[in-house]
Write a protein that binds this ligand. Structure first.
Ligand SMILES: O=C(CO)COP(=O)(O)O
Length: 256
């Protein structure tokens, strides 16, 4: 079980520090409860180092939200895997639908970034998911299959090397999450595709996270599905108490 927060383009430095402090304090208060699960936060790049400092006494991991596939060079505005590593990141989100839709990220770019992350010992959290018209047309699984195969072409699918996040685009930031049944159906499909691509043993160990309007009120039903191994949380990860409540729900699920 992995509970991850994607802060997106939110938090100035002081806000990020105070949010991270609240998460650290809250984590330490619930340490025994939360010990069985993994946690990750992905703040804006400029706040990574400060957030890492605030979380230093906790096992909460640090991740980037995006990165370039080259180590360095003339790529104005981009950050690289070595830069993320140097500020303490262990993970990086790759292929978020906002990067795909708003910044033109292609499946080929996602693949290059996945391989670059793995080459630098960063675990890519690969986001896949269909739009509403794609779902309505009955194409959700085809879209997810295409994204998944493209992202993982030539990459490692060992459980320690990759995380998949199923994030239906229509559920992101809308308050309209997938139903637990919809999530389970797609997560099982993702796992079967991973098994076909590589091996059933690898596929059974890969974390497949759900993202898209996961909140304290719906987390239990979503995290209770057998193929849902955690959440990638946007809006609710910006409130420490909500983020920690979802983590507690995840921990309870592990214990049950
Ligand atoms: O995009 C997401 C996480 O990457 C989900 O965002 P919301 O939880 O705000 O819907």
């Amino acid at each position: 079980m992995l509970i991850a927060g994607n802060w997106k383009m939110n938090t100035t430095l002081p806000n990020a520090q105070s949010l991270a402090q609240s998460i650290a304090t809250g984590y330490l208060e619930r340490q025994d409860t939360l010990a069985p699960i993994d946690m990750l936060v992905c703040p804006p790049d400029v706040n990574l180092q400060a957030v890492g400092g605030e979380l230093a006494e906790t096992p909460v991991a640090l991740g980037g939200q995006h990165m370039h596939h080259e180590d360095a060079g003339a790529f104005t505005g981009e950050v690289s895997a070595p830069m993320l590593k140097a500020v303490g990141c262990t993970h990086v989100i790759v292929g978020h639908s906002e990067r795909r839709q708003l910044f033109g990220l292609s499946d080929a770019d996602v693949n290059a970034q996945v391989k670059q992350a793995q080459a630098h010992d960063l675990i890519p959290v690969i986001c896949v998911g269909e739009t509403k018209p794609e779902r309505d047309a009955g194409n959700a699984k085809d879209v997810v299959r295409t994204q998944l195969h493209a992202a993982l072409n030539g990459a490692s699918v060992a459980a320690d090397d990759v995380i998949i996040a199923y994030e239906p685009v229509w559920a992101i930031g809308t308050g309209d999450s997938a139903t637990p049944e919809q999530a389970q159906e797609m997560h099982a499909f993702v796992r079967s595709e991973l098994a076909a691509l590589h091996s059933p043993e690898d596929a059974s160990g890969v974390h497949v996270l759900y993202g898209g309007s996961m909140k304290p009120h719906n987390a239990e039903a979503l995290l209770g599905q057998p193929d849902v191994n955690g959440g990638l949380i946007g809006g609710a990860s910006l409130t420490a108490s909500d983020f920690l409540t979802i983590a507690e729900i995840g921990a309870a699920e592990v214990a049950s």
